[in-house]
Design a binder for this molecule. Sequence first.
Ligand SMILES: [Zn+2]
Length: 458
Amino acid sequence: MDDSRSIIADGAIAVRGCDVVDLGADQTIAARTSARTVIDAQGGPVHPGLVEAHLHASFQLFRSALPDHLAEDDSFDTFESVFYNTVDDDEERISVALASAEMIRNGTTCFLEAGTVLQPATAADAAAAVGIRAVIGDAFIWDCPQGFAQGARAPHDRPTLRRTPQTFDEAVAQLGGQLWRNDDPESLVSAHIALLGLGTASESLLLRAKEAADAAGVTLNLHQSYSPADTGADRDRFGADPLVHLERIGVLADNVTLAHGNHLTDAECEALLRTGAAIAWAPAASMMWGHGACIDGRHAELHRRGVNIALGSDSPNWSNDFDLFKQANLAVLTAREAHRDRGYLTAEDGLWMATRGGAKAAGLADRIGSIEIGKRADLVIHSMRRPEITPPTDMIRNLIYSARSKTVRTVIVNGVVVLDDGKFTTIDEDELIREAAEASAALLSRMGKSVVPNQARR
Ligand SMILES: [Zn+2]
């Protein structure tokens, strides 16, 4: 996934510390390298770790708890808000660890968290314990929480999240609280500036967050134009298409990543092209809630026109798994369906969005997203011992269309083998799964929520 999308048959990669230091033909690299450890990929494809560009890492403990008949307008009011007013730091830790383990198993080596873990330090520790690269933000930076719009209805009276800022001053006091993590360039966990978005940031807060991101040289990340509700609410308050207004006030730039961007006008597409801002496209999140963004959305068109489109899994209940191979597969196939054109996006486009696209969206384009000398050794090795990857014809088409995450065998992050031939080296996975199941039951009980089956359709 370098600029010329090189593919090396019978290749080898030399890693020292956390970096790739050499790569090329197996014979050449073997002749000039003396390695302490050799990992034989056994003919399996090796690609850069996938980069998750939109993720809520702490919802794992209520995955699949929302029934299919729940309206999205009610999801925050009756469920998510109760979760946030109940969850404790240890439950967040377990949840982020579970999310991280799931991502590693699916070939994702880095995630950009949406700024929705109440205790960001917990998220950082949990991710580091599993061994995944994480880019975290402060929690719930918003100053108009009552502007929150999600689903179809306009903003309405919402329950308050007790542990989150409520005013501009409270939000600014927390903004940038994780940026100290960037002092160590080799650290597995780094920080960005996150706003929640969806109508919850005043223009003053948007500007302040952009200034903070610029000063720190990091990504500014927020939800934008996810559903008709937040898109309409922003259009009403700005008196213009939301992205047009954001460009006008200087908030749209090439260090800005907008999660979703499902509902865009022609003028907003032009604003993205002019400014270089990125979109984290979460195809399954739209499809789960029926927003039509894979039909009416502009993501595939914008990718073809040169806008940076990354991929995201959003959250458990908005995807519900953290598997970028699934998102890449959906992105490529739904684009063809929408445009009635088999070649509209190719398997290579899907892999690009999941690697280079994500790396740039996370502000780490100089470090990850491709296997190149000087970049971090974030590598995924697939097994050839599965039917889905057989026969070994075109390996990129095999990876995006059939093998996907099923054949992920060994995962290396920052030069460390985290998953070794299907087994974690960093955590006791069985123990984590047991702990998560127990914690979920206890949390749902404290929330007063019972999980109900879907209503039968008559
Ligand atoms: Zn989200």
